[in-house]
Design a protein around this ligand. Structure first.
Ligand code: PLP
Length: 395
């Protein structure tokens, strides 16, 4: 759907939504149907012959899901977008659509663990080779590219250290070689970073996080050029990881306030990062908005805000960090991020629990590392809460 270009906050509310609605509803109706009836066989024939565009079966399309897809495409300034049952359904379907047996994928080693697992453990069983390069290292990427390289997979910012890859440089390296780029910008949201506009071929999001924003639904999206999105759509229609209309409605409703939420979360996370940096009970803080972060210059150039996640290492051990987390009164201990409720987790106890401290160390996961995803609570309350919990960490 082509609509006049809107600023992000306006696009969050209006983009992708038709003004004329069933029953004059102001909100997008939930079209809860698995299939669509044809008036008569003549209409069916028109549809089969491609002369009539209409919905036919739920796995191939749904009006509520399409409203979400059109809104995300507008927000990303992309030609098209697709919604999926989860972020991982989006990531895996998009990658599978772009590679084949005999091809090669380059992956940054700090990307989401299940994405890495899919490329290294699953794709390798189907004759797709891969090279892992250190997070943010474009020289290593350049060296890893081969004639058969089809795809580079990255995230911006990454989890948990929030490296922001120089996407301009990335596309300079990949474009002349006809290598596609897929970047997961879940942590950034399209409010803070529009990777398609920077020349990235496909952007993916775990919409479970900021886009939906309320910790109540799983969803994923892919956005990019129509030609590539069509490929992904063909495969989605076969693999079947489609977004349910109810889930699409919840994400659509969540996106209405995305601009407001992200503005608040950017500001709160910046305040938290500043508060933590320099405190003797904190060994290091990783937030791209801080001048001390290795990606600060790139992030300042590419991003409109630095996001709502602050990662920090406490000046203590695993147990000490656990005491800090347990002393926090506002954030809940849970995986995920980007919702209205602040969440906190220790990567050593969550995503990397089954590894030994040495194996975690080899992956760069420190024992007293804490990842704090700020919600939309009053920032003063969150900061006061962190201050009192820091009291449990000896200086
Ligand atoms: N990408 C990133 C950066 C994530 O953090 C996550 C989930 O934590 C995913 C993808 C997967 O998304 P989902 O949990 O919606 O499948």
């Amino acid at each position: 759907m082509t609509q006049p270009r809107q600023r992000p906050g306006t696009a969050c509310v209006h983009a992708g939504e038709a003004r004329a609605r069933a029953h004059d509803a102001v909100t997008v109706p939930i079209v809860q149907t698995a299939t669509y009836a044809f008036r008569d066989t003549a209409e069916l024939v028109e549809c089969q012959a491609g002369r009539l565009e209409r919905d036919e079966y739920g796995r191939y399309g749904n009006p509520t899901v399409r409203a979400l897809e059109d809104k995300v495409a507008a927000l990303e300034q992309a030609e098209a977008a697709l919604a999926f049952a989860s972020g991982m359904a989006a990531v895996t379907t998009a990658i599978l659509a772009l590679v084949g047996s005999g091809s090669h994928v380059v992956l940054f080693s700090d990307c989401y663990r299940q994405t890495r697992q899919f490329v290294t453990n699953t794709l390798s069983r189907f004759g797709v080779a891969h090279t892992l390069v250190p997070g943010g290292d474009l020289e290593a990427l350049s060296r890893a590219l081969r004639p058969e390289t089809r795809l580079v997979v990255s995230e911006a910012p990454t989890n948990p250290y929030q490296t922001v890859l120089d996407l301009d440089r990335l596309t300079e390296l990949t474009r002349p070689r006809r290598v596609r780029t897929l970047v997961d910008t879940t942590f950034a949201t399209p409010v803070n970073l529009r990777a398609c506009a920077l020349g990235v071929d496909l952007v993916v999001h775990s919409a479970t996080k900021y886009l939906a924003g309320h910790n109540d639904v799983l969803c994923g999206v892919v956005a990019g050029k129509m030609s590539l999105v069509s490929l992904v759509k063909d495969l989605r229609n076969v693999l079947g990881g489609v977004c349910d209309p109810h889930a699409a409605y919840l994400v659509l409703r969540g996106i209405k306030t995305l601009g407001l939420r992200v503005a608040r979360q950017n500001a709160t996370a910046m305040a938290l990062a500043r508060r933590l940096e320099g405190d003797p009970r904190v060994r290091q803080v990783w937030y791209p908005g801080l001048a001390s972060h290795p990606s600060h210059a790139v992030a300042s150039r590419l991003m409109k805000g630095f996001g709502g996640v602050v990662t920090f290492e406490l000046a203590t051990d695993l147990e000490g960090a656990g005491r800090f987390v347990d002393a926090l009164r506002l954030p809940r201990i849970a995986p995920s991020l980007g919702g209205v409720e602040s969440l906190v987790e220790m990567p050593a106890l969550m995503s990397y629990f089954e590894l030994t401290p040495e194996a975690r160390g080899a992956l760069g996961i420190r024992e007293a590392l804490v990842r704090y995803s700020v919600g939309v609570e009053d920032p003063e309350d969150l900061l006061e809460d962190v201050d009192q919990a820091l009291g449990t960490v000896g200086a």
